[in-house]
Structure formats: C-alpha cells, structure tokens
Design a binder for this molecule. Structure first.
Ligand code: ADP
Ligand code: MG
Length: 217
C-alpha cells in the first residue's frame, strides 16, 4: 500500500489541528454551556496550546513518539474529562506506530482503532451515549471494514469526513448517558455533544490536510 502521510505531514496536521481547536474555543464552550459546565472550549484551548509549545521539542522524533507525547501533553494539561480521554486516544494511537517515519492507509485504520480503544478503556462509554465515541466509532468501523477495499485514498478520506459529521450530528437527538451532560437526563436531548464536535473538528482537519497533499500530487 502506498504511503499516504510522512512525518512532516503529521506535524503539519497537528499544527493545523491545534489552530482549529483553539479557533473554535467559543463555539465549543457555548455547546458545553448548554449541557455541561461551559469549559470544553477552554479545555481544548489549554490542551492544544500546550501541544503547540511542546512540538518544537519533539519534531525530530518518530511519528509514534510524537503522537504519544501529544497525548501525554493533553492528559497533563487539561483538567476536564475530555483531556484524559483524547490524550489516551493519542497515546494509544502513538503506541501503534512507534519508530515509523511515514504512515499508510493500513496504519491509519490501525491508529484510529487504537485511539477509540483508548477512549473506551478510559471512559467506558457505549455508542449512542452522546459522547465523542459517537463521532469516532463509525469512522473506525468504516476504516476497518471491507468498504475501503478497492477505493482510492481520496474517496476514503471524503467518506471519513462525511461519516464523522453524521456521527457528530447524531448526538443532537440523543440523551446523554455518560459525562456531566448525563446529569441533565432528557434535557440533554436537542443539543450537540461538545466532545463529539471537537472530535469531528480533529477528524475534519486530518482529512482536509491529507486532501491538500493529494491535490498537490
Ligand atoms: P468535563 O465534562 O469534565 O467538563 P469537557 O467539557 O472538556 O469535560 O468534555 C466533555 C466531553 O467529554 C463530552 O461532551 C463528551 O463528549 C466527553 N465525555 C465525557 N465523558 C465521557 C466518557 N465517559 N466517554 C467518552 N467521552 C466522554
Ligand atoms: Mg465541560
């Protein structure tokens, strides 16, 4: 399988991800004000600013070590539930690709699965509990299914973005069963889950940056 992402691109993606999450601070906080404690945007800004500060130290490391360090940075810099959850996701993802300087589609499917495993292990949520799992899990299923066979990377990436978006949107009509929003019971229905949205923004950025690489040839 051909290489889809070298280490420099991984760094470009992480930087773009940090900028995106920081720029969406107000929106994420607004979402968390509706069904949580209004800190999700602040947490993401804190975590991704810490990543921006950490990156210069680790840029010469392999992809696995970079992802793992990124995860540990999120865990240690964010107080809310989302920091340890996303941080564990990046740590598990990194563990799959220690020593690698480039990733192919198979690696992508593997690290996505590991990231989800990390979130599930730490948070013990099920699908439809109205969490970030609702965004991530359908993408992992797709990437690890026979549906990707015979498709080119471009098609796969576009599907990934669409599936993540649908997953995020699906949280609106759900009642929260995990996390702070679950305290609201039925009143959590009708609002997007903030963590499902931030996970979508992460996936959206990865797809967008990879599509740029492909369009450059
Ligand atoms: P906190 O709830 O501690 O204030 P944040 O506001 O930063 O943390 O993050 C809230 C998000 O974390 C939720 O929108 C949800 O997506 C996610 N979340 C909370 N608990 C869990 C869990 N057990 N499993 C998966 N995701 C969770
Ligand atoms: Mg919160």
């Amino acid at each position: 399988m051909s290489v889809v992402c070298d280490k420099n691109k991984v760094l470009v993606i992480i930087k773009a991800m940090a900028e995106k999450l920081i720029s969406e601070k107000e929106y994420l906080t607004e979402l968390d004000t509706k069904i949580g404690d209004g800190d999700h945007g602040i947490s993401m800004e804190r975590g991704f600013s810490a990543i921006q500060n950490k990156l210069p130290e680790i840029e010469d490391k392999d992809i696995g070590t970079i992802l793992k360090t990124l995860g540990m940075t999120l865990v240690s810099s964010v107080g809310g539930a989302s920091g340890p959850l996303l941080g564990t996701a990046f740590m598990y993802a990194g563990n799959q690709v220690i020593g690698k300087e480039s990733l192919n589609l198979e690696d992508g499917a593997k690290i996505a699965k590991a990231a989800l495993d990390g979130v599930l292990k730490r948070g013990k949520a099920n699908l439809k509990d109205k969490t970030m799992v609702d965004t991530i899990s359908p993408v992992v299923d797709f990437l690890n299914s026979s549906e990707v066979e015979g498709k080119d990377a471009l098609e796969i990436l576009k599907s990934v973005e669409e599936i993540a978006k649908q997953g995020m949107e699906s949280t609106k009509s759900l009642m929260a069963l995990k996390g702070r929003a679950s305290f609201l019971k039925e009143r959590s229905i009708g609002h997007l889950d903030p963590g499902a949205v931030s996970s979508y923004l992460i996936i959206q950025t990865i797809v967008k940056e990879l599509l740029i690489t492909f369009s450059e040839g």
